[in-house]
Design a protein around this ligand. Sequence first.
Ligand SMILES: [Zn+2]
Length: 502
Amino acid sequence: MLFSKTFIPTAREAQKNITDPSVARLSRAGYLAADQETRTLRLLPLGFLLWQRVISDALDLAREEGLQVAGFEDVPEDAMTVSRKLLKSYRQLPLTFFSGDMKRWIASGLAPDPGSAGDMRDRFLEMAGTLCRHAGLDPRSGETIKDGRKYISLASSKGAWFAKEGFVCSSCSWCGDDASPAGPVERPGGEASPIKEVETPGADTIAELCSQLGVEPAATMKTMFYAAEQGGTKEVLAVLARGDHQINDRKLSHVLGGAVVRFADPLEIREAVGDLAGYLGPVGLPKGIKVLADRHVEGSQGLVAGANKPGFHLLNVCWGRDFSPSVVADLVSIQEDLPCPACGSRIVPSHLARVAVADKGSGPSELSFQGEGGTACNAYSWEGTLCITPLVLALAGGDRIPGRYAPFDVNVLIASMQNDDAVGLGNIMAERLEEKGLRVLLDERNERAGVKFSDAELLGIPVTIVAGREASEGVVEAWLPDGSRGEMPADSIIDQVLRWVR
Ligand SMILES: [Zn+2]
C-alpha cells in the first residue's frame, strides 16, 4: 500500500482532551478519529486494518473452540430462529453461534444440559483469554456476585474509556471490583468475657472510638440501619460489619433478593428501634427487627459495639451470647487489605477493562428437540460477549503495535524522493517483501525525511526499512521489533525481515 494514497492523518501533538492514552496514541498516529465527549471512535483505514486483524484472529480461535461463526443481526434472536427451524436432534448440541461486527461479537449457545452449557461458556472465555495472550496482554478472570456472570478483564491505565476501578491479585489472575464475592473468612478467636459498658464521649467515628479505647478497628463492629424496598413494601433492617469494613449496597441488595437499599433516615430508625438512641448496636434491639451480619463478624468474641445509649459503647460483645443475626452473608466491599478471594494473596487497586463476559446460562428454554430415546427435551441457553474495542485499545498502549495485529508488517521508507538511488532501492525492497507475502506500507510521499521518520515512529509498524543516503551502496537502515536500529545490506534483509515478523 502506498502511504501517499492512504488516508493516515498523523498529528504532531496528541489531541489534548482525550483521557484514554491508547485512544490518544492511535488518533495521533492516524488510525482513528476520536471524540472524547461522545466517546466515539471512527476507524480510519489503518484502524480498520488493526481491528480487522484482531477480529480475524478471534474468529480463528472461536472456530477452534467449536463456535459456529455466522452472520446474524440480532444474535440471540436469530440463533433461536435458526435453531428452531433447522435443529433436528439432540446430537447437534451443544451448538454455539458467534456473530458480530467491528465492536463486539456475541456467542449464543444451546446445550442439552446445564453442564455442557457451562463447558461451552468456559471455552468461550478461555478463547478470549488466549486472544489477550496473543496480544501480549495478561488476562484477568472475575465473577459478579449478582448473577454469577464470569468475565475477562485487562488492567488498563487511569482514564481509559472502557476501564473501571477494581482490584487485581498480586499473584494469581483474579480480578474484581468492590462488589466481587469475597474469599474464605478466617474465624476470629478470643475469650468470652462478661459484657461491659464504657463511656465513649464524642466517639462518632471508628478512628476516634479506637483511639479512646486503645483497640484495633478490626475489633469493633458497626451497626448500620438500611431501608430495603421491594414490591411496594419497605423494611428497615440492621446490618452488622467489622468497623474497618464497608457494607456494600450491591451485595446487600443481592442478599435481599434485589431490593432497592439505602441508609434508613433517623425517623425510620426511630420507628424501627423505638427509644434507643446514641451509638447503636445489636445488643437489645427489638425482636421484630431483622439483623443481617457480614461473614467476617460471624462467631466473633470480644467485640466493641454501640450500647444503644448516648455516649456509651459495650466491650466484650459476643456472637451468639449477646446477639444473634438472622442472616449471615457476604456483605462488605472488597478492599485492599482483604486477601485475594481466589488465592489469599495481596490484592492491589487497578483499572480494569472488560473484554469478555458470559452469563451463567438459563434454561431449559422453550426450544425443544428430540432427545435420546425419543423423549422431548428442552435446550439450555447461555450468552457471551467479546468486546473488541477495549481489547484493541489495551494492545495498542505501547510504542509498537504487536506484530500479529499491526496493519502492516513492514514500513519501507524512502528518506528522500529526490534521491534516485533511494527511490529505486525502496521500490525494489517493497516489491520483494510483498512477493514474500508480507504486508508492506511504502512511504513514497514527497515529504521531508524528518516528517517521515516521526510518522514511522508513530505508526508503530513492527519493522521499518529506510532507503536513504547509503542506498547507492545497497545499504538500508532497519528498525527492528525490539527497538534496535542498524545498517544492513539490502540483499540479506528480506530473509531477516521474514524472521523478525514471523
Ligand atoms: Zn490471587
